[in-house]
Design a protein. Structure first.
Length: 419
């Protein structure tokens, strides 16, 4: 049975289109059952994230049209939209695609690791819904192992490529363990929220959020178990900050050298790490001239991000050989599994004929017929039955000049050369 991937991703469709076709966790089991009702489809896993919705299926080639129509109906998309956005990968290309996805090599953010967890969740949800059998289980286990090998070998995830994450990682490089440090976030927009999320994940225990709107500051502070203050209150708490990250929409600096100098005096000149990711700048350039102040601007961070992105690209290129190796390994298993099915059917056919003819032969011997003649007849009839269909097909292949089938038959029955 062919292995198919049918889907859309950030490479082929806008967020608006991807939202239409996304499958929620609540609907997941029902969607798997719908796909399993199509003729011939034996296994299904649906991977649906903000960047992609892909149906992994094991079934006949004609199921490709059914799955595409199913996706089209779920997103209420036109045929023209599906032609533009939808892609299909078969067999080896499908395996190659999944292994690249698992390794973060096909992600919007190159090398991100979140996709592995999303793939594992999709595999588990489909398993629970009865959509995973031998082939997709083996395929996804290979994908997880490939992703682990890529991350361990290339260290692709060690180079942050977002400004927010780079900010937090720089702070960690300077201070080491952040759990005992106090961080002040100035502003309450998306960038500050992302920084807060990364800091919270690092186990930070003391966080202060300062914002012009105290209501918005409190809203964000509740999420991170932080203290909320207004911008007017910032000078009074500034001395507590080991780290300050600022990103407001102010047209003028919100922190000047005099305010920071006073905070340093209260801190007895213990160093402060400051990151200004606002445009225009929130922190006056003179602050960077003060002793024991480590000030980074958005331009400084962008240089780090660009350098890290370059390192991730190099790591991704190095990971290509791991993907190819894993694809070859899985395809060998898949082809072996397919051969096992053919051999099983062949043995079943031979066994059924053998059982029938042996039964007849034994009855004849018990009835007093010459055993030697009965056995000769048995061997002749059994050989004729087993070879009837292959012989018919080969004669037809010769008449139709099907050289490929004739060559395969020759290889199949040709004795090995004696050594």
């Amino acid at each position: 049975m062919p292995l198919l991937i049918t889907g859309i991703s950030h490479h082929t469709a806008t967020l608006e289109v991807r939202e239409k076709i996304a499958i929620t966790r609540l609907d997941y089991a029902q969607r798997v059952r719908e796909l399993l009702q199509f003729d011939g489809i034996e296994e299904v896993v649906i991977v649906s994230t903000c960047n992609r919705t892909e149906v992994y299926s094991v079934g006949p080639k004609q199921s490709r049209k059914q799955v595409r129509q199913w996706l089209q109906s779920k997103g209420a998309l036109s045929e023209a939209e599906m032609d533009k956005h939808c892609y299909v990968h078969e067999r080896e290309r499908a395996v190659h695609h999944l292994f690249r996805v698992a390794g973060g090599l096909d992600s919007l953010v190159l090398g991100e690791s979140q996709i592995v967890g999303q793939l594992k969740e999709a595999w588990q949800l489909s398993t629970d819904a009865g959509g995973v059998e031998k082939v997709l289980d083996r395929l996804f286990q290979h994908a997880f192992a490939t992703a682990k090998r890529i991350r361990n070998k290339t260290r692709i995830g060690e180079h942050p490529v977002s400004v927010a994450y780079t900010t937090v990682m720089l702070a960690k490089q300077i201070f080491g363990d952040l759990a005992s440090k106090t961080v002040i976030l100035v502003g309450a927009g998306e960038m500050v929220e992302l920084c807060g999320r990364h800091l919270h994940d690092k186990g930070l225990s003391s966080l202060i959020i300062a914002n012009r709107s105290i209501e918005r500051a409190r809203e964000l502070a509740n999420e991170f178990n932080a203290l909320a203050v207004s911008l007017n209150e910032l000078p009074g708490v500034l001395h507590k900050a080991d780290i300050l990250i600022s990103s407001t929409a102010s047209l003028e600096p919100v922190l000047h050298a005099d305010t920071v100098r006073a905070a340093l005096k209260q801190r007895r000149n213990q160093p402060m790490f400051m990151v200004d990711i606002a445009v225009p700048r929130d922190i006056h350039p003179d602050v960077g001239k003060l002793g024991n102040i480590y000030l980074y601007t958005i331009d400084d961070l962008q240089k780090v991000v660009d350098e890290n992105l370059s390192k991730r690209t190099e790591a991704a290129e190095a990971a290509s050989s791991d993907v190819e190796e894993s694809v070859d390994e899985f395809m060998r298993w898949l082809n072996s599994a397919r051969a096992a099915v053919y051999l099983k059917n062949l043995h079943k056919h031979a066994r059924e004929n053998s059982d029938e003819l042996v039964g007849k032969a034994l009855r004849k011997i018990r009835a007093g017929q010459d055993p030697e003649q009965v056995i000769q007849k048995l061997a002749h009839t059994l050989t004729k039955r087993i070879l009837h269909l292959p012989s018919t097909r080969l004669r037809r292949a010769a008449e139709e000049q099907d050289d490929d089938l004739l060559r395969v038959a020759n290889r199949l029955f040709e004795p090995d050369d004696e050594k």
